[in-house]
Design a protein around this ligand. Structure first.
Ligand code: HEM
Ligand SMILES: [Cu+2]
Length: 616
């Protein structure tokens, strides 16, 4: 690929001529924070290094979270096969019977599902996804030297790290980690004696997530401040790439919803350790009434889902932003309906705060109240459909490069459609009464959130890997990774819709005592096998990732994809401060592809003679 239009050198000359002089060198000469390894790579304040730290920690957790799912899928698919071979890793959680057959301890099964959900939702798809790309791209695409507060940014990572350490430690407790589901409903979460994981496991779960919330808040404040205040000259809001819009709105969602969860956790802590009864009432243990009355577990559900629903958009919006950007670059076309995309993000964000009780249709909320939540839940389908329409229209007639990042974008759109459609079923309370807590819900959210968000993240990693590490990932391995994952994910989650429609409940350890569900043994085996194959494709991705870091094809061109945004105007190996001289100033919006017959024009290039701004 050639940057036919203006080469490396021309870019630098343009920036020096037009750019914004913030006297960077005079203040930062020899950057005192980068003097040794410790401060350059560990306690770094460079947003690019912090992005890599979020990514590496996210990958670590993704491997653990995915491995957990394989273990509980073995139980579901092959309940009568021995898994004694897992004893060396899982120790006492594998129970060996007299015949020498090893099976998973049922209590530990619940712990695994709980940890899988917690880890993937918070550590991988929130910190690993939004943490990585907000950090990498906000300063680079906006033309900023770094975040508004590099120090708080560093703290944000280290709070995440601490949170990780605490959760990791809880995996090794003799009573096991928390086991009451990732939503941590009382009474399992409120009464330490309720189940084996409700004691120390739950305490550490709370400590870990409290630290996590601090990390999210520090990061979010920084992202918002940076986007609002540190845009380079000419970068008006309507010239920002959609990635940045997505990260900005995500951070606002996070700042408005995570503190609510935090307060909810405080009340939970009081219930657990101070004897209050915010969430508990009328509990009987062995026929004896507990003297804790007056609270309501439904209160916890309201508080949890007031975060929980925005949280699913905190996960998907950054993925949507990445996909909008990558799709446009590799279709060699401006994103279709730029403003409509922004308004849809805003609409989705607003609506995401008034739909939370669609998770509670079966919790005993007043059915007339449910109607309110049904209506607004279904309205979310409108901005979601606008976005899908615009992605497809961007592809239409494009000069599409079918490389790995593009394949994952297309996969994202496919998954988002499939999973979004089932959301419309669930959003109707009359239908949800049948489907709630079945595998239909599991299928819905894994496709629309789990797989789709992972696809957005993969598109982002394959696309920005050259920016992060100065090398490309291997394309062949990437394509194999894509196809196995695409087919594998549908093979895993597709059949779950049928299980759910037949009424098979989620979170059950085995089904052989239910006559109605024994007909699904083969389907469960099929799902497990598909999950194992898909898992190995992810290991292949990890190998490709680390191999390419050291051995991948080197990037020789500052702007290898021929993209328009500012991150590709920095040197291939950019230091702290991103641009060695002046900061580029911005002359046009982010999507001038194919305009006036020119393949692409970067954002810092002034209008040509007689050229008009693209209307958008
Ligand atoms: C058209 C859009 C959507 C609609 C109408 C919708 C509707 C619903 C409803 C009604 C439920 C509750 C089902 C039940 O528990 O019985 C649900 C569950 C869920 N949805 Fe969606 N959804 C949509 C899109 C999304 C998106 C985009 C995400 C994430 C990115 C998402 C993530 C989830 C999750 C995580 C759960 C289940 C959480 C749990 O119970 O563990 N949904 N959805
Ligand atoms: Cu929801």
């Amino acid at each position: 690929m050639s940057s036919s239009h203006h080469s490396h050198k021309e870019t630098d000359i343009l920036i020096e001529k037009q750019g914004f002089d913030d006297h960077f060198h005079e203040h930062h000469e020899g950057d005192k924070y980068q003097t040794n390894f410790l401060f350059k790579y560990i306690f770094s304040m460079d947003h690019k290094i912090i992005a890599r730290q979020f990514l590496m920690t996210g990958i670590f957790w993704a491997i653990i979270g995915a491995a957990m799912s394989i273990i509980f899928r073995l139980q579901l698919g092959f309940p009568d096969e021995s898994i004694a071979w897992l004893k060396p890793i899982l120790g006492k959680w594998i129970i060996i019977n007299d015949a020498g057959m090893g099976s998973l301890d049922p209590e530990f099964y619940y712990a695994l599902v709980t940890m899988h959900g917690t880890i993937i939702v918070f550590f991988v798809l929130t910190a690993g996804l939004s943490g990585t790309f907000s950090n990498l791209l906000i300063p680079l695409q906006l033309g900023a030297r770094d975040m508004a507060s590099p120090f708080l940014n560093m703290l944000s990572y280290w709070f995440f790290f601490l949170s990780s350490v605490v959760m990791f430690y809880s995996l090794f407790l003799s009573t096991g980690p928390f086991s009451g589901g990732w939503t941590a409903y009382p009474p399992l979460s409120a009464l330490p004696q309720a189940s084996i994981g409700s004691g120390a496991g739950m305490t550490l779960w709370l400590v870990s997530l409290a630290l996590f919330v601090v990390s999210v808040l520090l990061g979010g404040m920084n992202y918002i401040t940076t986007v609002l205040n540190l845009r380079t000259k000419g970068m008006s809001l309507w010239r920002m790439p959609l990635t940045i819009w997505a990260f900005l709105v995500t951070a606002i969602l996070a700042l408005l919803s995570f503190p609510v969860l935090f307060s909810g956790f405080l009340l939970l802590i009081f219930d657990r350790s101070l004897g209050t009864s915010f969430y508990i009432s009328d509990i009987f243990i062995n026929g004896m009434a507990l003297d804790r009355i007056g609270g309501s577990p439904i209160l916890y559900q309201h508080i949890f889902w007031f975060l929980g629903h925005p949280e699913v958009y905190i996960i998907i919006l950054p993925a949507m932003g990445l996909v909008s950007e990558v799709l446009s670059v590799h279709a060699r076309k401006p994103i279709f309906g730029y403003r409509a995309m922004v308004y849809s993000i805003l609409a989705i964000a607003f609506l995401s705060f008034i739909v939370w009780a669609h998770h509670m249709f079966m919790s005993g909320v007043n059915p007339f109240i449910s109607n309110f939540f049904v209506v607004f839940t279904l309205i979310i389908a409108v901005p979601s459909a606008v976005k899908v329409f615009n992605w497809i229209s961007t592809l239409y007639g494009g000069n599409i490069r079918l490389n790995t990042p593009m394949l994952f974008c297309i996969g994202f759109v496919s998954m988002f459609i499939s999973g979004g459609l089932t959301g419309i079923f669930l959003g109707n309370s009359a239908i949800d009464i049948q489907q709630h807590d079945t595998y239909f819900v599991v299928a819905h959210f894994h496709i629309v959130m789990g797989v789709a968000a992972f696809f957005g993240m993969f598109a982002g990693v394959y696309h920005w890997f050259p920016k992060m590490f100065g090398r490309f990932m291997n394309e062949t391995l990437g394509k194999v990774h894509f196809w196995i994952t695409m087919i594998g994910a549908y093979a895993v989650f597709g059949p779950m819709h049928f299980l759910g429609m037949a009424g098979v409940p989620r979170r059950y350890y085995r089904f052989d005592s239910f006559e109605a569900f024994t007909g699904f043994d083969d389907m469960n085996k099929f799902i497990t096998i598909a999950a194992i194959i898909t898992f190995f494709a992810q290991i292949m991705f990890v190998v490709n990732f680390f191999w390419s870091m050291y051995k991948g094809r080197k990037v020789t061109n500052q702007n290898p994809w021929g993209a328009t945004t500012l991150e590709w105007t920095t040197p291939i190996e950019a230091g702290h401060g991103n641009w060695p001289g002046k900061i580029p100033s911005v002359q046009r919006w982010a999507y001038d592809y194919g305009k006036d017959g020119i393949e692409f024009t970067q954002q810092h290039v002034p209008l040509r003679e007689g050229e008009e701004h693209s209307s958008h």
